[in-house]
Each structure stands twice: as C-alpha cells, then as structure tokens.
Design a protein around this ligand. Sequence first.
Ligand SMILES: [Zn+2]
Length: 68
Amino acid sequence: MTKILSFPSKKFVRFYRDYIECDWCGQLTRGRVYEGSQEIVCGACEGVMFEFETTEEDIVFEPDEVLE
Ligand SMILES: [Zn+2]
C-alpha cells in the first residue's frame, strides 16, 4: 500500500521518519520536499540530498529504509 503525502499549509513535507546526517553540512535533518519540487533538501543548509525522477504531479513514495 502506497502512501500519498498531501502538503499541509507549510510549503514542504518532511521526507524521512528519522533524522539523518546531511552530506553537505553534517547537520541532522529529516529532509524537506517543497511543494512542486522533486528534490529532497536539507532542512539546515537546503543542499539537495536526493532528486526524484518522476513525472507525476503528486509525489508518491513509500520509504522502506532510512539512510545513515
Ligand atoms: Zn545540510
């Protein structure tokens, strides 16, 4: 069963359930996916951590593992 995240009033959703270390700044972040974006960015430095390759308008994903 897939999860479909709907965007709240804030313009981003958190991607990871648990905090991970940002490759760019070393801060712990759960990642942010901004509305209309196909990138996961760090909440501290906004460095791009991951980029989706999708043509869907809504981001649909089901994380099954946490990067460390
Ligand atoms: Zn960062």
